[in-house]
Design a protein around this ligand. Structure first.
Ligand SMILES: Cc1cc2nc3c(=O)[nH]c(=O)nc-3n(C[C@H](O)[C@H](O)[C@H](O)COP(=O)(O)OP(=O)(O)OC[C@H]3O[C@@H](n4cnc5c(N)ncnc54)[C@H](O)[C@@H]3O)c2cc1C
Length: 423
């Protein structure tokens, strides 16, 4: 099997294929794996799958920490909504807040340790695919020096991210990337964690907010954790994204003024921003869903299939779940196009709905309601959105995102222990 792209989705796929006895080669464009990115969340459904893959909580504790709380706070510092997360909420598995780059390297090292260094071919950009007359597939590859070659296999998984070349070939008429006007600036700062010590906090309004959460256990000597933060403003997007590139390093002075007076006795946002080494600017983008992720022996996975707004903190988690559902389909149908069809039938529809739901603000939709009903200023949130309405809103989101507590806890393993794909 060939996997195009060695990000979180591609590596989770390769680890799953190794577990079920399917030989696989990952073709990754970058020449060197480096710990890129800042914070991401791994929801309990993904942590469960990682455990089944032999990536234990002790491993995750080296690259992050279990999240304890998810909270929305208004600009006056008053709580809008808060709830426990992970085991504290009743899940059988924790939610982890991790450093994306360090988690990515953890997966890479696990794959190389299990399947050998030849499992990932770096410096290999997949530019497209060609279906072969024997029913197999060839990935068209451009090497780091520009030389082209082909790699043949039975199936090809396009896990090559939001700018996927495989998706572009599969859906040549797909619209360009969708940007709704939100610009995110992301960074990390060593600081004292607030609230529970492992709280995800969304602070502000629908169009002007700050999200932050720790992604490391506190340093025992200083008590400081690495705090991941995302400063976000929404602007008029009618003229499209004008900057070059979708993820670029910027000085914090580019955006710090938007948050200049965001100071409370429990939080100093300007100091948080000042304390960072630098930041990355990236517009909040996704892609319009496509009707299928499959073309014969080729299937899309992870962001290539369903790039979504990060409002639900589930892009990375869904990529891991995709890999496991794909593995389960192969245990049932073998390394065949039918397995890809079963995977596509199970996920493409519901996850596409989730993409659109996240575009509508995901769980941050409560902030829209606060904006609409009181312009973002309130004394007692119960007067603006009654507790029942807040709870129902969040429950509906979680059910749609696949992390409803009861159904996840009751669900059998996605891939039974020791299961292998038939040859
Ligand atoms: C460098 C980087 C930094 C990120 N930082 C953050 C972050 O801070 N916070 C956050 O929430 N999300 C971040 N993300 C996105 C997040 O990792 C994904 O949304 C999620 O994990 C789904 O992963 P994925 O494997 O589907 O896609 P990705 O993580 O995008 O991985 C795709 C992989 O495919 C490779 N690739 C791309 N094109 C080709 C090609 N044509 N041929 C071969 N290989 C190719 C890329 O180099 C990459 O390794 C980042 C992604 C990247 C690539």
């Amino acid at each position: 099997m060939i996997v195009a792209g060695g990000g979180i989705g591609g590596l989770a796929t390769a680890l799953t294929l190794h577990q079920i006895g399917v030989p696989c080669l990952v073709l990754e464009a970058v020449r060197e794996m480096r710990p890129l990115g800042v914070g991401i969340n791994l929801q309990p459904n993904a942590v469960r799958e990682l455990g089944d893959l032999g990536i234990a909580e002790a491993d995750l504790d080296r690259v992050g920490l279990p999240a304890k709380e998810w909270a929305l706070v208004g600009l006056n510092g008053n709580d809008i909504y808060s709830e426990p997360r992970g085991r504290l909420a009743g899940y059988g598995w924790p939610q982890y807040a991790v450093h994306r780059g360090r988690f990515h390297l953890l997966l890479y090292q696990a794959l190389v340790a299990r399947a050998g260094p030849g499992a990932v071919r770096l410096g290999s950009r997949v530019t497209g695919y060609r279906k072969n007359t024997d029913g197999g597939i060839s990935a068209l590859v451009e090497g780091a020096g520009g030389a082209t070659s082909e790699v043949a296999g039975r199936l090809l998984i396009g896990a090559d991210g939001i700018h996927s070349a495989i998706r572009a070939q599969m859906h040549p008429a797909q619209p360009p990337i969708h940007w709704g006007g939100a610009i995110m600036w992301r960074g990390t700062t060593w600081a004292k964690p607030i609230r529970s010590g492992a709280s995800f906090v969304g602070l502000g309004t629908h169009r002007h907010r700050m999200v932050f959460y720790p992604i490391s256990h506190p340093d025992p000597a200083t008590g400081l954790s690495m705090i991941n933060w995302i400063a976000e403003v929404t602007v008029d997007s009618s003229e499209g994204w004008k900057q070059s590139g979708w993820f670029r390093p910027v000085a914090t002075s580019v955006f710090a003024h938007h948050f200049a007076n965001w100071i409370w006795d429990w939080l100093d946002v300007p100091a948080l921003i000042r304390g960072a080494d630098g930041a990355f600017e990236n517009p909040m983008i996704d892609r319009d869903p496509v009707p299928t992720w499959r073309d014969g022996p080729v299937a899309l996975l992870g962001d290539a299939a369903h790039a979504m707004y990060p409002t639900g903190s589930n892009g990375g988690s869904q990529a891991i779940v995709d890999a496991r559902i794909l593995g389960a389909a192969m245990v049932e149908h073998g390394v065949t196009p039918e397995a890809l069809a079963a995977y596509d039938a199970k996920l493409c529809g519901p996850v596409s709905q989730l993409v659109l739901r996240n575009r509508g603000a995901g769980p941050f939709g409560l902030l829209n309601l606060v904006d609409e009903r009181c312009g973002g200023t309130f004394n007692n949130i119960d007067d603006v959105i009654p507790p029942r309405e807040r709870a129902d809103f969040m429950a509906a989101y979680k059910a749609a995102a696949g992390f409803a507590i009861e159904s996840l806890n009751k669900a059998p393993r996605t891939i039974p222990d020791g299961a292998l794909a038939p040859c």
